[in-house]
Design a protein around this ligand. Sequence first.
Ligand code: AMP
Length: 506
Amino acid sequence: MSDNFFDIAAACFPADADSSFIELESGRRYSYRDLMEISGRYARLLAELGVAKGDRVAVQVEKSAEAVFLYLACLRAGAAYLPLNTAYTKAEVGYFLGDAEPKVFVCPPGNEAALADTAKGAGVGNLLTLGTGGDGSLADRAAGLDPEFDTVACAADDLAAILYTSGTTGRSKGAMMSHRNLSSNAATLHRIWGFRPDDVLLHALPIFHTHGLFVATNCVLMNGTGMLFLGKFDPDAVFRLLPRATVMMGVPTFYTRLLADPRLTPEAAAHMRLFISGSAPLLADTHREFRERTGHAILERYGMTETGMLTSNPLDGDRIPGTVGFPLPEVSVRVADEKTGEPVAEGGIGVLEVKGPNVFSGYWRMPEKTAQEIRPGGWFITGDVGRIDERGYVHIIGRAKDLVISGGFNVYPKEVETVIDGIDGVVESAVIGIPHPDFGEAVMAVVLRRPGAAVDEAAVVGACREQLANFKVPKAVAFVDELPRNAMGKVQKNLLREANKGRFGA
Ligand code: AMP
């Protein structure tokens, strides 16, 4: 057995290949035999297309069982799986393809015509399609192939995936994840969250992000059990399926939405063993309210794309609202001074730095960015500001870099500001996150116009819609005569946030 994460996970698959792996809302079931056969055919097709170890396979498809099989096929073929948010626009996809130079790009059948030029322009040799019903050219071409496929042996350090995270400069960075990164994190989470042979995971997260892909799906694979697979978070479906599930992983928005629903009762959650939250701060109030309504203390954990999961509240022990728990086994977390990198005094506030087998190997083709964010001793600078209390619980205080997290997705202000600043009549803009009862934070733009310019809210929103994924588009726009600045000329976003904090009623 090699260190290929697929081999490690496959060693945990159930003896009975007919056991369920994925069950869709429609009731359609995919067994572990289906997993092996479909991923085997897809891997064979990739190999026939010339995909070799380390080659990238970029994928922008809707969530489906087939998309999971494609992820596994990439691992089996030794390729680097590169999932892209389905909300990314053509221009954004063009950037990713140009940067990553994948050998294959897979999109939904309906987008093929629109993306053909983009793929060609980026030099991608193979454009294939995959639909949610197992349709599309990839599935068609794989259909007649032999499902037996010898998984390509990989070393622990070999590249398994590239996940793009936006940069504050607006340029996205591809976090290179190795097989070790995936397997160490999956084994640890599977263990510390006490997965059992009868667990059923309710999966309502997107699978282009570390949370839904590596945390949720990989835990299920390591457990050799099944998941109830929703296309997206939908309270009706969640309430229908909770009586059959035992574990749910979600972003805080899931929990606030469930709380807003009268169907959330102790009975509705009676079959559940564990509710887990992450990707954005879970308000302590949400944690308390959820406990009052259901009897369940949500287990909050913290992680990021570049590092996988880093900390978790305990399965047995106090899950403290407003904290993200203890560093995971094998993961070291320290609090350092942002400028000097020196560890701060015990209990002090600083930037969280982390080290461990889960930490990525660097940013794709950006050695200088990698060097800026990983210290020579291997400590990765998360950019999150926090502290560790006397009991060892990690608290996240804020983000060093003004990142906005809306509905669990990262929005880097600079990227939105660049679009707004490009509108005729706009002098400059500042994009901030404002507390929002549903999204956690909502994007807001504060805009300075040229005197007499006719730019209005519709123009700002319209320009953003055209060029950016929907979740990055401002939900509010305000026009000001000047932006507040400090003595160094930097815009004081904290003042803008303060002035607008009640805007969405959170
Ligand atoms: P991403 O790379 O998209 O997973 O985003 C990672 C960032 O999300 C982290 O650096 C944190 O700022 C934030 N984050 C993730 N989990 C939590 C959490 N439980 N509480 C607060 N922030 C979190």
